[in-house]
Design a protein around this ligand. Structure first.
Ligand code: 13P
Ligand code: SF4
Length: 343
């Protein structure tokens, strides 16, 4: 922590008072989390927006999170992010033009394929889902939302995270022969219509490069080295990893899992390490919390105390996250469907 910058942030927070709300995702560094009014997973932070009356909402996370807040913000509220270049690599794997073309192609056979996007996607992708009767999910409600989407048509296009999609199919008992991973190339998609027609769930081939690195082999090695240790991972990890772990769930689930574990437990956590290190500190002396392997989301790390301080110092002239009306309306429809289904 840089005490000078920290006190500058405190001063701006006092100056702005109720006009400011700072939100932070669990993957933010402690230097940021200590300044946040609300810390949560993607679902909790989306739900929080409706309760906020602040004129300025500063979102410390990656860009799609700030964009989701901007979709849900009330007229007149301004959503800001200390570094707009904090992108989510997985979100970037589903360009909206391609999602629109593929959604249309999948429907060209007369089949109603409902698009369901993980919240880790752009506002324009959410808008495609909203226009086509689809919705959004987070890692905390993917089971509920996939079950909902399956009830809305003849099949579901789940995007962009192939791993969360497959893990959710596993949880719902949708067998591998009822899933099909789309072959998406840089300039388009090769749709194997026969394979697609046989599947209930079509999976976009995106993934999180950070969670991809947690392997089932590593879990087996940990169990040999630390007999009796528990392992909990995020569902963005590959299905083999999830199958080898004791539990899988959203960042808030992982926090609760550690809280509920018995005293003296050793728990390896497979997710971004800022959260794991915070849990290790919080439970030091009671439980041993260790990262399954080192793994840092470099985009989450783009939000620093220095950038937060600079944004707050000049907040009145900062450019808020902008979502054009023609995108915001259908994107809001998609997100609101999720909030209603999971109310
Ligand atoms: P949560 O919704 O579980 O907080 O996860 C968001 C994310 O980006 C995980 O990589
Ligand atoms: Fe995106 Fe992965 Fe970073 Fe989460 S951890 S924000 S999915 S790149």
């Amino acid at each position: 922590m840089n005490t000078t910058i920290s006190s500058v942030i405190d001063r701006h927070r006092r100056r702005l008072g109720d006009r400011l709300a700072i939100l932070a995702h669990h993957y933010q560094h402690d230097d940021i989390v200590r300044h946040a009014d609300h810390v949560g997973d993607s679902l909790e932070l989306s739900r929080k927006i409706a309760d906020l009356t602040a004129e300025y909402i500063v979102f410390c996370g990656v860009f799609f999170m700030a964009e989701t807040a901007a979709i849900l913000a009330a007229p007149g509220q301004k959503v800001l992010i200390p570094d707009a270049k904090a992108a989510c690599v997985m979100s970037d794997m589903a360009p909206h033009e391609l999602v629109a073309v593929i959604s249309r192609n999948l429907r060209s056979t007369g089949r109603t394929v409902v698009p369901l996007t993980y919240v880790n996607s752009s506002a324009r992708v959410k808008a495609v889902c909203g226009r086509l009767g689809g919705s959004v999910c987070t890692s905390a409600n993917a089971d509920t939302m996939l079950a909902w989407a399956l009830g809305q048509g003849d099949g579901v296009l789940f995007l962009p995270d192939r791993m969360l999609g497959a893990n959710t199919c596993d949880r719902l008992g949708i067998p591998p022969e009822k899933r099909h991973i789309l072959d998406i190339r840089r300039h388009g998609a090769l749709i194997d219509h026969q394979a697609a027609a046989a599947a209930d769930v079509l999976l976009w081939p995106g993934r999180c490069v950070i969670h991809d690195k947690f392997t089932a082999e590593r879990i087996r090695a940990v169990r040999l080295e630390h007999p009796g240790a528990l392992v909990a991972v995020h569902p963005e990890c590959p299905p083999e990893t999830v199958a080898a772990a004791d539990a899988a769930g959203s960042t808030s689930f992982l926090i609760r899992y550690v809280e509920n574990a018995p005293k003296g437990a050793t728990i390896f956590i497979g997710t971004e390490e800022n959260l794991v290190l915070r849990l290790a500190q919080r439970h030091a002396g009671e439980k041993t919390i260790l990262p399954l392997r080192t793994s840092r989301c470099s985009n989450m790390a783009k939000i620093t105390e220095e950038k937060l301080a600079a944004q707050l110092a000049d907040i009145e002239s900062q450019q808020p996250v902008a979502v054009p009306d023609e995108v915001r309306e259908p994107a809001k429809t998609a997100v609101t469907r999720m909030l209603d289904v999971c109310a």
